[in-house]
Design a protein around this ligand. Structure first.
Ligand code: ATR
Length: 270
């Protein structure tokens, strides 16, 4: 009776999803197992067709398949449709597939769990790419007062700002006036670079980073050094997985279990 779920992408070797989901399945006795399938480009329709055949209950979708999956699922939720990106597929009892996007609501949940309000908040999002877009969409749906999209390339900032009626394009001069600043660029990933001038930060800010490798980024250190609240990127990864697992199994897993599993897997991979 064991149900199977998997991350599909390429590469998937370094995915933390198996560690996070299997930790919950083992600790709670949920009769599920989570594995990874490296799927070549063009393989998405076959991977989805396999779900009812092999009784695969869910997929987590990662690069480069999020857009192909959005086009291939039988039904798609409104956020995933607006983003043209699916990171979660659920096999329904009738054999049909349902696609959702949990990256943005994962960050909203993690920011909330860190004690920071999203509702009525003034938010600066740095970046306008594949990571920033679900975040802008989700903050808008969660009732942010305004979302200012700050990006190196203006054209993609304009496109990303179209995702929410409360979003607009702005410059770094808007950072001091915001309550929450989110780095959704890849700056700081595997480096000690900071995406903004640290002098723009003050103790009234909450600062969230999507980068979790390293876990303590230059941006988060800069935030802490001026007394701002620092919200790390691993929490977003954990909370988007919490939302996924709830969609697959119907049970909302304990984020602390997932977080310790992710931290263990990260330290083993070094
Ligand atoms: P995607 O997520 O769509 O694959 P990406 O190339 O990984 O895109 O970049 C993600 C985001 O980080 C983008 O907003 C990108 O800015 P541009 O739209 O101007 O490319 C931003 N980014 C990446 N490297 C950057 C850098 N060195 N300085 C500033 N922004 C950077």
């Amino acid at each position: 009776m064991t149900r199977l779920a998997a991350v599909i992408g390429s590469p998937v070797r370094h995915s933390l999803s198996p560690a996070m989901h299997n930790a919950v399945f083992e600790a709670t006795g949920l009769d599920w197992r989570f594995t990874r399938f490296d799927i070549v480009e063009g393989g998405v329709p076959a991977a989805l067709a396999a779900m009812p055949v092999l009784d695969i209950g869910g997929y987590a979708v990662t690069m480069p398949h999020k857009e192909a999956v959005a086009a291939a699922v039988d039904e798609i939720d409104p956020a995933a449709q607006a983003l043209n990106s699916v990171n979660t597929v659920v096999l329904r009892p009738d054999g049909s597939t349902y696609g959702a996007s949990t990256d943005g609501i994962g960050l909203v949940a993690w920011v909330g769990a860190s004690g920071v309000e999203v509702q009525d908040q003034s938010i600066v999002v740095l970046g306008a790419g594949g990571a920033a877009r679900p975040i802008i969409d989700a903050f808008g749906r969660a009732g942010a007062a305004e979302i200012i999209v700050v990006n190196r390339t203006r054209r993609s900032a304009e496109q990303a700002a179209e995702l929410s009626p409360v979003a607009r394009v702005g410059g770094v001069d808007s950072i001091p006036h915001a309550g929450l600043v989110v780095n959704a660029t890849s700056v700081g990933m595997g480096t000690d670079d900071c995406p903004i001038d640290p002098a723009l930060l003050h103790d009234g800010h909450a600062v969230a980073d999507i980068v979790y490798h390293p876990l303590d980024t230059a941006l988060l250190r800069a935030a802490r050094s001026v007394g701002a609240r620092a919200i790390d990127g691993l929490g977003m990864l954990v909370y988007q997985a919490v939302e996924q697992e709830e969609l697959w199994t119907g049970f909302r897993p304990d984020p602390t279990l997932m977080r310790s599993a992710a931290e263990r897997a990260l330290s083993n991979s070094r």
